[in-house]
Design a protein around this ligand. Structure first.
Ligand code: HBI
Ligand code: FE
Length: 275
């Protein structure tokens, strides 16, 4: 999950290491939390076949972590050999530069706490279900895993160029809320959608949101809202398109972006290729 929050953070940051990591401490999870995990997993995995991209569906089927809250080290034993990534346990939202530094080193931060039952349908901050169900499966996909590392490296640089807002938008409209064109029609690969009960059908079926073909600068000009369904989705043709688009050095892009106005989350412009 992304998006800055101005309310006090949920997690316990008192025990964390200098890199903001903590132990997962599996004994912390109650049987009620294990049950809530199963219910969240059952609901989302029933929706996945119709709305998620095949890459996600394929890996989710192999990981099979619906029976209870996963042990990070068990998943890491499979993930490290697959794409070189490891999950690190964190208390919750991290400062951007800490977050980017982890991504740049193929470490994905996963919050250790699980939402309350009354947050079954919606949560603002990334909890373990959002991070795990939404983000972890695609870390097993080589091209997507390479994109995320490159994104992290770009983020470390963007901090120095005072361009984090532009990069946060790219993360939001791809990693969190991205759509992808497939032979079976529009599907999602975005973690914020994949972990959401309501937005999974909405992102593909609703006629309310704009769906615009991915264009790097257009995405980085676009503002977003963190507490409603998205009003705009950007559609890629493949993960390779995303990786190639973000391979060049972004410095000239930031200069160009500073000369352009931000675009409201619900707006379309003349050059948009609508899907
Ligand atoms: N921290 N734990 C955690 N998870 C995120 O997804 C996250 C974050 N900090 C910042 C952030 N995302 C966004 O600002 C990204 O756009 C960088
Ligand atoms: Fe996320």
């Amino acid at each position: 999950m992304a998006g800055q929050t101005d309310h006090p953070l949920r997690g316990d940051y008192s025990q964390m290491r200098p890199d903001y990591t903590v132990e997962q401490d599996y004994s912390r999870y109650s049987s009620a939390e294990q049950d809530l995990w199963k219910r969240l997993y059952a609901r989302q995995s029933a929706l996945v076949p119709k709305y998620a991209c095949d890459e996600f569906i394929h890996i989710l089927g192999q990981l099979n972590f619906g029976a209870g809250i996963p042990h990070f080290d068990e998943i890491n034993a499979k993930l490290k050999p697959a794409t070189g990534w490891t999950l690190v346990a964190v208390p919750g939202l991290l400062p951007d530069d800490v977050f980017f530094t982890h991504l740049a080193n193929r470490r994905f931060p996963v919050s250790v706490w699980l939402r309350n039952p009354e947050e079954f349908d919606y949560i603002v901050e990334p909890d373990i279900f959002h991070d795990f169900f939404g983000h972890v499966p695609l870390l097993f996909n080589k091209v997507f895993a390479d994109y995320l590392e490159a994104y992290g490296k770009g983020g470390v640089k963007a901090k120095g160029l005072n361009a984090l807002d532009y990069l946060a938008r790219l993360y939001w409209y791809t990693v969190e809320f991205g759509l992808i064109e497939t032979p079976k029609g529009l599907r999602t690969y975005g973690a914020g959608i994949l972990s959401s009960g309501g937005e999974l059908p909405y992102c593909v079926e609703s006629d309310k949101p704009n769906r615009i073909r991915f264009d790097l600068l257009r995405v980085m000009q676009s503002k977003y809202k963190i507490d409603t369904f998205q009003e705009t989705y950007f559609v890629i043709d493949s993960f390779k398109q995303l990786f190639d688009a973000t391979a060049p050095d972004f410095t000239p892009y930031y200069a160009e972006l500073r000369s352009r106005p931000d675009i409201a989350a619900n707006a379309t412009i003349a050059d948009d290729k609508l899907v």
